[in-house]
Design a protein around this ligand. Structure first.
Ligand SMILES: Nc1ncnc2c1ncn2[C@@H]1O[C@H](COP(=O)(O)OP(=O)(O)O)[C@@H](O)[C@H]1O
Ligand SMILES: [Mg+2]
Length: 318
């Protein structure tokens, strides 16, 4: 059973969250072993500048990947301290990642099915930074995390604005980084700044080993998007010696704001709109690039651990 009909009135109570998860986890999603050749891919959605459309992009991408492309997907609200994906979904998920990180609850108590093949891990406002987490309080994390790793193909982490260590950390803990920018010079500058910060903190080589993609959002025309993409690629190549790959643009569409106000994702509200079509193109490119690349990344890093395990090991500093 899927929690939430994207109604703003939905209130996820503690027992409902736990109960829904139990049935959905056990019955709806088959174990990975039942699929062939599946590998989990982790994607961090980042930007530098706030308000460029990361959360809307991450949410709608997760729904498309799950519902249209049949890829079991988990959407993680990794905007530590300022989580708001639950608002975009019209949920009041009062149990969230902060309770897991504080050791009060388990992942299974807070993760919610929001569609047939899409799971949502609400972020928390109870903690402001990852380094406030007391890892000794979560001794069972590894077993629990393995359970989720068996069941999802893709995990998408929607991160916060800025270049805090938390944002950079989620980017580096993932296989794929998707940078979202708009054509505005300020957004492009901050996208570039984020890439530079990743290099300063983790080294250029580590970044080169990631799949580095970017999307231009809120473009008024294809030409405007191309010009912005060209600019970002050129400055990144010239000053950082890296080449993020442009995977498409999303047009400026006032209906995104309407969808936010209605607390109903645009892929549900206007599934045939040009912006959703553009998202499908981008989703296809993400999946297309993953078929070959991901196995290479796995081989390179010997990533036999599941994505949640890797993520949480990194979080814990193991
Ligand atoms: N393609 C778009 N066209 C028009 N408005 C958009 C588009 N994408 C996002 N927005 C608007 O931009 C605002 C910020 O979006 P959000 O996803 O919350 O950004 P972020 O997560 O980067 O802070 C929202 O009010 C949303 O309605
Ligand atoms: Mg956001």
């Amino acid at each position: 059973m899927v929690v939430g009909n994207f109604s703003p009135l939905f209130d996820a109570s503690a027992s409902l969250q736990a109960q829904e998860l139990k049935s959905a986890m056990e019955e709806v999603l088959p174990k990975r072993a039942e699929y062939s050749c599946r590998k989990t891919k982790s994607i961090a959605v980042v930007s530098g500048k706030g308000g460029v459309g990361k959360s809307n992009f991450a949410l709608n991408l997760a729904l498309l990947l799950g519902d249209k492309f049949d890829k079991p997907t988990t959407l993680l609200d990794a905007d530590i301290g300022m989580a708001n994906l639950d608002v975009l979904l019209g949920l009041n998920a009062r149990l969230n990642l902060s309770h897991v990180l504080n050791g009060d609850l388990k992942l299974r108590d807070v993760i919610l099915p929001i569609s047939k093949r899409v799971w949502f891990l609400p972020g928390g406002s109870g903690i402001s930074r990852l380094n406030e987490v007391d890892w000794e309080m979560c001794p069972d994390w590894i077993d629990e995390i393995s359970m989720f790793d068996e069941r999802v193909d893709i995990i998408i982490a929607d991160t916060g604005a800025g270049i805090s260590r938390d944002v950079l950390f989620f980017a580096m803990a993932s296989d794929t980084i998707i940078l979202v920018t708009t054509p505005e010079p300020t957004a492009l500058k901050d996208a570039y700044g984020l890439l530079k910060s990743l290099i300063v903190l983790y080294g250029r080589q580590t970044l080169l080993e990631k799949e580095l993609l970017f999307v231009v959002n809120m473009a008024r025309s294809k030409q405007e998007a191309f010009a912005a993409a060209d600019r970002l690629m050129k400055v990144s190549a010239k000053f950082l010696n890296i080449k993020p790959r442009y995977i498409g643009y999303l047009p400026f569409d006032i209906r995104v704001a309407d969808a936010v106000k209605s607390k109903c994702p645009i892929v549900k509200m206007h599934p045939k709109s040009p912006i959703v079509r553009s998202m499908e193109v981008i989703a296809r490119r993400i999946l297309g690039s993953s078929e070959g690349d991901v196995s290479e990344t796995f081989a390179k890093h010997n990533l036999s651990l599941g994505v949640f395990q890797r993520l949480f090991q990194r979080l814990k500093g193991v």
